[in-house]
Design a protein around this ligand. Structure first.
Ligand code: PLP
Length: 369
């Protein structure tokens, strides 16, 4: 079975994990501190705070920025539900906005229209762009809109570690906070895991307390400074992540090559291209390759046909307003709805060959002919 993705864990990465397990120091340790420094250097930001998942990173971001009842946070309607869950969990309102059909990211006209026509009752406090599937969102435009309207930016870069905006600056380093996930579906994985990036050193210190029961240690004594959680990453997970980081850019290059190969074959389909294809923006880290099926084609039928040919495929992300847990969007979100029903994620990971890509395309043409 050709899977949608496959973790890239080398024997030396496994050895590093075993060393930590043998050491007996399983929770927080030197591997965590090194991994935080190495990630900050890779991203080009002042501080990285490791946590136990991407959702934990997003949740801590909401809490640390003091978002709660009476506040509203703008997010794209097409994303993974965790983006909205963390907002709802702190008592704030997720405001769902439509996305672009080819980048799957926040639409700037839709964002502007929702902000300009906002009548409450909540106060708009933040915007949380998602760099969906590794495609950099229009962050410069979002920044200028956020500045104009005094909104704080939290980036959901959960699936976009290594993606770059125009000018080469890494996504996740533009907002007050950027959140990353190391789930096995992402390019770099620690099993479960996540991180926050920020240039605000005091905020990073606070996040480090919040991920560890609100504890502050100094001179051998411990004080509990605030009501908090346990969102720590284990030391063996940090060791696993550290081994992958130096190879990440090479993996993203390889994914990029494979995505180009997909785009080239799909755009020159026999009888003409019938699929809507993802934008190949520069700086894309290609965590997922998702196309959109034509209106009359059933995704379930295509997924079943591909499975018969030994190929895994499936939905890319969700339309949150269709789920019904997050309230009604202020304006219709037809693109998000269509991407959620007709989006088809195809296998993409750096260990794949160009031949694998050709086989997937041939199976897809057969399944939709
Ligand atoms: C993966 C993902 C998350 C959740 O990350 P976890 O580590 O699984 O908690 C949140 N948002 C987006 C956009 C994601 O892709």
């Amino acid at each position: 079975m050709l899977k949608l993705s496959h973790p890239n864990i080398s024997d030396s990465a496994i050895d590093a994990v075993i060393d930590v397990l043998r050491s007996g120091n399983l929770v927080h340790g030197a591997e965590n501190e090194e991994f935080e420094r190495e990630l900050a250097a890779y991203l080009g930001c002042a501080e990285v705070v490791l946590v136990s998942s991407g959702t934990a990173a997003l949740h801590l971001a909401m809490m640390a920025l003091g978002l709660g009842p009476g506040d509203a946070v703008v997010i794209p309607d097409f994303t993974f539900p965790a983006t909205a869950n963390v907002i709802a969990l702190v008592g704030a309102r997720p405001v769902l906005v439509d996305v672009e059909p080819d980048t799957y990211n926040l639409s700037i006209p839709c964002l502007l229209s929702v902000i300009e026509n906002w009548t409450g009752p909540e106060r708009l406090r933040a915007v949380m762009p998602v760099h969906e599937f590794g495609c950099p969102a229009r962050i410069a435009e979002i920044q200028s809109i956020a500045d104009q309207h005094s909104l704080v930016i939290v980036e959901d870069a959960a699936c976009a570690l290594g993606a770059e905006a125009e000018g080469g600056k890494k996504v996740g380093t533009f907002g007050r906070l950027g959140c990353f996930s190391f789930h096995p579906r992402k390019t770099l994985t620690t099993g479960e895991g996540g991180a926050l990036a920020t240039d605000d050193i005091a905020l990073a210190q606070r996040l480090r307390r919040m991920r560890s029961h609100g504890m502050e240690r100094s001179g051998g004594s411990v004080t509990f400074t605030e009501v908090a959680l346990n969102y720590r990453l284990t030391q063996f997970q940090a060791a696993l992540g550290r081994y992958q980081l130096p190879r990440l850019d090479e993996w993203i290059d390889r994914r990029s090559e494979l995505a180009s190969h997909y785009l080239q074959i799909l755009s020159s389909a026999p009888g003409g291209n019938r699929f809507a294809l993802p934008a190949a923006n520069s700086g894309h880290s290609w965590q997922t390759f998702m196309i959109t099926l034509p209106e009359g084609v059933s995704r379930a039928t295509v997924v079943a046909a591909l499975r018969k040919d030994g190929i895994e495929s499936g939905a890319g992300a969700q339309c949150l307003s269709s789920i019904g847990l997050y309230g009604k969007p202020p304006a219709p979100t037809p693109i998000s709805a269509r991407l959620a029903t007709h989006g088809l994620a195809l296998p993409l990971f750096e260990q794949m060959t160009k031949c694998d890509v050709e086989e997937v395309c041939a199976a897809l043409f057969k399944a939709t002919s």
